[in-house]
Design a binder for this molecule. Structure first.
Ligand code: FDA
Length: 283
């Protein structure tokens, strides 16, 4: 059974690019950058993965034509990572050819831990070929991130740091919020020190306050990093960031395959469930 879209509209900008455009324009008008995510994951047939490559390429061209200030975020499982690694690599490189031609940027989102190693491997290959047109995400809750962040920082990679959104077992991932916050701070320090422009993705005031204090103390210019948040959450905070001289970017998902993304948002914060319930009463 497919749930009606209005349930997800707090977190998802529309079921099509055209529906998302006015939302992106509204965000851009506040001086906030965007990254658009055409929703979907775990494609298991080549025809769908081929279609997805074409859709992503079209999205890059449409963003330029619409004059939006937006990059894109993608998932390798939508480009065929579950089907065949080389096939996925070719799809990624085809997309990045367009990104380079149109002077655009593609962020590879990080998925569940089964995909961490292949995602990092493919990112490294892509980074060697496409440099600043491609970036990756690291998740603070994974133990392995300590090594990954050191290695990727040494390469000068463009990294988004987040806590991690998937349910991971305790032998590979921190489970307590305090420990995850500590790890997040430790890795963010490395990124701020060694990479050109880290992306700090969190809605957590404890982490935001810490970042602001740390960059002040170390005299790191606000031009050297950005805060990122998800569509539908804390836009006023993002507007305040811009007013105070920080760079800010909102991750704007859209598309018909919104359910897994929507479910992750509900699972991570009980207030998000209340937002959805209140939508029901507004109908
Ligand atoms: P969390 O939900 O842990 O909340 C901590 C505290 O922050 C709360 O107790 C509250 O005080 C405050 N807070 C949170 N939300 C709030 C709100 N709406 N209003 C007011 N206060 C609030 N994950 C992944 O695995 N792979 C990925 O590629 C990405 N990509 C990504 C991009 C972007 C731009 C963001 C912001 C996040 C991701 N994530 C992700 C998701 C990420 O890993 C994580 O699951 C969520 O951001 C939730 O963690 P937070 O640190 O944001 O707050």
């Amino acid at each position: 059974m497919k749930l009606p879209f209005f349930l997800a509209k707090r977190f998802v900008a529309g079921e099509s690019f055209d529906q998302a455009i006015p939302k992106v324009e509204q965000i851009n008008s506040k001086g906030i950058h965007v990254t658009l995510d055409l929703l979907g994951e775990n494609v298991d047939d080549r025809a769908t993965a081929d279609d997805t490559v074409r859709s992503y390429i079209k999205l890059l061209n449409d963003i330029n034509e619409a004059g939006l200030d937006s990059t894109i975020s993608i998932k390798l499982t939508m480009l065929g990572l579950d089907i065949d690694r080389e096939y996925c690599r070719n799809n990624l490189f085809e997309l990045l050819d367009t990104a380079r031609e149109t002077d655009q940027f593609v962020r590879i989102d990080m998925e569940g831990s089964d995909y961490t190693q292949p995602t990092i491997d493919l990112f490294k290959e892509a980074h060697n070929e496409y440099g600043s047109h491609v970036g990756i995400v690291l998740q603070a809750y994974l133990y392995r991130t300590e090594q990954d962040v050191a290695e990727l920082a040494e390469m000068g990679a463009d990294v988004r740091m987040c806590k991690g959104a998937y349910s991971e077992p305790k032998d590979i991932a921190l489970q307590k919020m305090d420990d995850i916050r500590q790890a997040f701070k430790q890795y963010t320090k490395v990124l701020l020190e060694k990479t050109p422009y880290p992306r700090i993705a969190t809605h957590d005031d404890e982490l935001i306050d810490w970042v602001q204090g740390y960059v002040d103390q170390k005299n790191i210019s606000p031009d050297n990093f950005e805060f990122q948040m998800l569509y539908g959450l804390r836009q006023q905070t993002m507007e305040d960031f811009v007013a105070n001289g920080y760079n800010a970017r909102i991750y704007v998902p859209f598309g018909t395959m919104w359910f897994p993304y929507f479910k992750r948002r509900l699972m991570e914060r009980k207030e998000n469930i209340w937002f959805v319930l209140s939508t029901l009463f507004q109908k």
